[in-house]
Design a protein around this ligand. Structure first.
Ligand SMILES: Cc1cc2nc3c(=O)[nH]c(=O)nc-3n(C[C@H](O)[C@H](O)[C@H](O)COP(=O)(O)O)c2cc1C
Length: 294
């Protein structure tokens, strides 16, 4: 039977309906360097917040962050203990630690403080992982109990550290406005591999969110970004950056950091190809009118 409501498939189908207008007359070679929270990166393509990668590589998460550093990219990292996070921050060159919505608040504050002490670029929380996909029960993730977080709780995380705080899982202008009011610095627009079934494709809500919060929040698109074309479409529609998760896993297993670097470099070069063919000089001159929906 057809898997109705599969958000990964819905997002893929939408992305494939977006086509790009060519603008070659007078075009120049582009600059796709990118600034995030005061640090300049060579590319707006970053790693997704993956976790539990030791079956692929003995130091999977740190190796992924090291691969991002090899090509001047930012790395998000996901669930894991504090030593694993410290190692990844040491080997990366700009790491965003995404913390789970643990029911036990100590797990959260310990990680927030350790991330700051270790020199993370930013921290965040994947709020969408608080509840199960099937019902409204709090979820259990890798043996840890999660819970829905109130506005007051989120505000307390934002205030606990001086680092920028990102919310992952927001997929609406309404959430974006709430996050801005809470002092959040950025959103990772994500349905986290379909945790929300029938999810609106992240790229589809980008322009609404941008209109609602202007440039007060950094916007990172996550989920099903496979190549430079997907990246270009997301950036043209208003994203500051994209993250890529599952496509890194095979290359990480086969070639460690070099494999991760190769994927990020390939996507960045493809992105540059679309930028030059649309006369897009740099990431500050992305123009949504080059994108059409068929
Ligand atoms: C093995 C694996 C582990 C993941 N662990 C986390 C995690 O700990 N925290 C998190 O926020 N997202 C986690 N994710 C979700 C990814 O960050 C990302 O949102 C998702 O895979 C969609 O992106 P993709 O299509 O590029 O893979 C994980 C995904 C995978 C495949």
């Amino acid at each position: 039977m057809r898997d109705k409501g599969n958000s990964i498939e819905i997002a893929r189908a939408y992305m494939d309906r977006l086509v790009i207008e060519g603008r070659i007359v007078g075009a120049r070679h582009p600059d796709c360097s990118f600034e995030l929270f005061g640090k300049r990166f060579a590319t707006p393509v970053m790693t997704g917040a993956l976790s539990h990668l030791n079956h692929l590589h003995p130091d999977g998460v740190a190796e992924m962050a090291a691969g991002a550093a090899l090509c001047g990219a930012c790395a998000q990292i996901g669930m894991g203990d504090i030593p694993e996070m410290q190692q990844a921050i040491r080997r990366g060159s700009g790491v965003i630690k995404i913390i789970k919505p643990y029911k036990d608040e100590k797990e959260i504050f310990d990680r927030l403080e350790a991330a700051e002490a270790a020199g993370a670029l930013a921290v965040g929380m994947d709020l969408e992982h608080a509840v199960n996909t099937e019902d409204d029960q709090d979820s259990l993730v890798a043996g840890f109990q999660m819970e829905l977080k109130s506005m007051e709780q989120i505000r307390s995380y934002v205030r606990a550290v001086k680092l920028p705080f990102l919310v992952k899982g927001a997929l609406s202008a309404k959430d974006a406005v709430k996050c801005r009011d809470l002092g959040v610095s950025g959103l990772i627009l994500s349905h986290h591999n379909g945790l929300l079934r029938w999810a609106v494709p992240p790229v589809m809500v980008l322009q609404d969110i941008r209109k609602a919060v202007g440039h007060d929040l950094k916007l990172i698109v996550d989920g099903g970004i496979e190549d430079g074309a997907d990246t270009f479409k997301a950036l043209a529609l208003g994203a500051d950056a994209v993250s890529v998760g599952r496509p890194l896993m095979g290359p990480l297993g086969e070639n460690g950091a070099e494999g991760v670097k190769d994927v990020l470099n390939r996507m960045t070069n493809e992105l540059k190809g679309f930028m030059v063919r649309t006369d897009t000089a740099d990431l500050n001159h992305m123009d949504p009118s080059v994108i059409h929906v068929i």
